[in-house]
Design a protein. Structure first.
Length: 308
């Protein structure tokens, strides 16, 4: 038995338990039942004393039990989050609850509906995207019952119906998108599915509050290819950034050279700054083969000669 089958059986048993529990005695009905039994037994005992017939006593006691059960079964209580549908001889009579209400025993039956927001898992399923990539995707659906009568009368099992409709819609929406769109626009996919499911579920008395995409699984070889592509893209951006940095550094060095060439004494200050940056360590020896002043004099002499 698969996990989905097991979950379905648990769900069916839970629904069956709720329906049985709705028709069982509640606390008020049980108290009323025992009070009626006590009162009926007292009168049966008085009848026994008057008639001195044990057979009639047991018949009267059986009648008291049956009558007490019928009367007490008319008392029903719905919780704050429940609405009760009352059916009289199979025909829908109206809604009751929350709180204490009464029904006609035997003739009327009830069905309790939870009107709180319910969470429903959309099982993982295989879907082919628009660019022919197989992916496994699952989601979670949030909905609530806003019209209990429509949810019970118009649909055999509204939970099963909305679950299957959401699954089919999920396949249709994902099948019309590429893999890149699927990975980048989860919120958009959920909103589109919610819009489609909401349009149909209104007729079932349901309101879809939200749909969220959970997991998207792809084949392992495709994951490796995407990982290599992402690594290559990051390396590309790193190389571009480094090249832009080198280009900016070259422009700055060029501007610095022009500034030094146009400012007298700038080269000397730069030379002194470089020497000072070497530190006072005795092992550092600096030899100036040609002093800066001589280089400046030669440069000035060359320039004056060119002007002549």
């Amino acid at each position: 038995m698969s996990l989905n089958d097991l979950l379905e059986k648990v769900k069916e048993r839970r629904v069956a338990y709720k329906e049985v529990n709705a028709n069982m005695f509640n606390g008020v009905a049980a108290l009323l039942f025992f009070i009626l039994i006590g009162v009926g037994t007292f009168f049966s005992f008085m009848f026994l004393v008057a008639t001195k017939s044990p057979e009639l006593f047991f018949v009267a006691e059986a009648g008291v039990v049956a009558l007490s059960w019928i009367i007490s079964s008319a008392v029903r209580i719905a919780a704050q989050w429940e609405k009760c549908l009352v059916f009289r001889l199979g025909k829908f009579r109206g809604l009751e609850g929350p709180g204490l209400f009464f029904i006609i025993p035997i003739i009327e039956g009830i069905r309790m509906i939870d009107i709180r927001i319910q969470t429903l898992d959309i099982p993982k399923q295989q879907v082919i995207t628009k660019d022919n990539v197989p992916v496994s995707i699952n989601a979670v659906l949030y909905f609530k019952v806003v019209e209990p009568a429509d949810a019970v009368i118009k649909v055999q099992d509204f939970t099963y119906a909305v679950s299957n409709y959401a699954q089919a819609t999920l396949r249709d929406v994902v099948g019309g998108m590429t893999l890149d769109e699927l990975l980048a626009e989860r919120q958009k996919i959920g909103e589109e599915i919610e819009k489609i499911v909401l349009a149909e579920s209104k007729n079932w008395g349901l309101e879809i509050t939200n749909i969220k995409i959970q997991d998207i699984d792809m084949p392992e070889d495709l994951k490796k290819m995407m990982s290599r592509q992402a690594s290559a893209e990051r390396e590309k951006r790193a190389n571009i950034t480094k090249a832009e940095g080198d280009k900016l550094a070259a422009f700055n060095l060029s501007d610095a050279a022009k500034t030094m060439a146009n400012s007298p004494g700038a080269m000397q200050l730069r030379t002194l700054q470089t020497i000072d940056g070497l530190g006072p360590t005795a092992s550092n020896t600096v030899v100036l083969a040609v002093p800066v002043e001589i280089m400046e004099a030669i440069k000035a002499f060359t320039k004056s000669a060119e002007n002549k």
